[in-house]
Design a protein around this ligand. Structure first.
Ligand code: MN
Length: 164
């Protein structure tokens, strides 16, 4: 996935969202990879989880829309629908996407910090999140797709892996 989908879905003369060009991480960035969750009051409230990752030599934010508030409690699994990669500059975005535009509604940061990958396979990521609300090990597990268009994952608090 590249930022093509991100650009194709948006009219940057109308939305205040960042253009995709500014994607390079600045030099003075916190140690670790960026983690952010944006609370998005679109037609349905959801939480957009974004994780910094390298994609085709570009730094992007891998993205998932989570319909219910993420939980710190082990055993509470949230559906997380993978959405298009977002530009790195989206990490700070807060604002209102106007009516009629893609994702219309207000966006604010719900939690942010950094993460470290502990395990990263195609369908399973285990990460350590250092946020304000979310902290500790979390998993993202891709569900078996009936249709190639299905991009359903589960996001949940993982038990702490044994120290190596
Ligand atoms: Mn959203």
């Amino acid at each position: 996935m590249s930022l093509k989908q991100y650009k194709a879905k948006r009219d940057f003369t109308k939305t205040p969202e960042p253009r995709a060009e500014d994607h390079a991480p600045e030099k003075k960035k916190p140690k670790g990879l960026i983690y952010v969750i944006q609370e998005h009051h679109a037609s349905r409230l959801h939480y957009d989880l974004r994780l910094e990752a390298k994609e085709e030599k570009e730094t992007v934010l891998k993205s998932w829309a989570i319909p219910k508030e993420p939980s710190l409690e082990e055993g509470i699994k949230r559906l997380a629908v993978q959405t298009e990669d977002h530009p790195f500059s989206y990490r700070d975005f807060e604002g209102t996407i106007p009516k009629g535009e893609y994702g219309a509604g207000s966006v604010k940061i719900w939690d942010k910090g950094t993460y470290q990958p502990l395990e990263k396979e195609t369908s399973k990521w285990v990460i350590r999140i250092q946020g304000v609300k979310l902290q500790g090990a979390f998993a993202l597990i891709k569900l078996k797709a009936k249709d190639p268009k299905d991009k359903n994952w589960l996001f949940f608090k993982h038990k702490e892996p044994a120290e190596k």
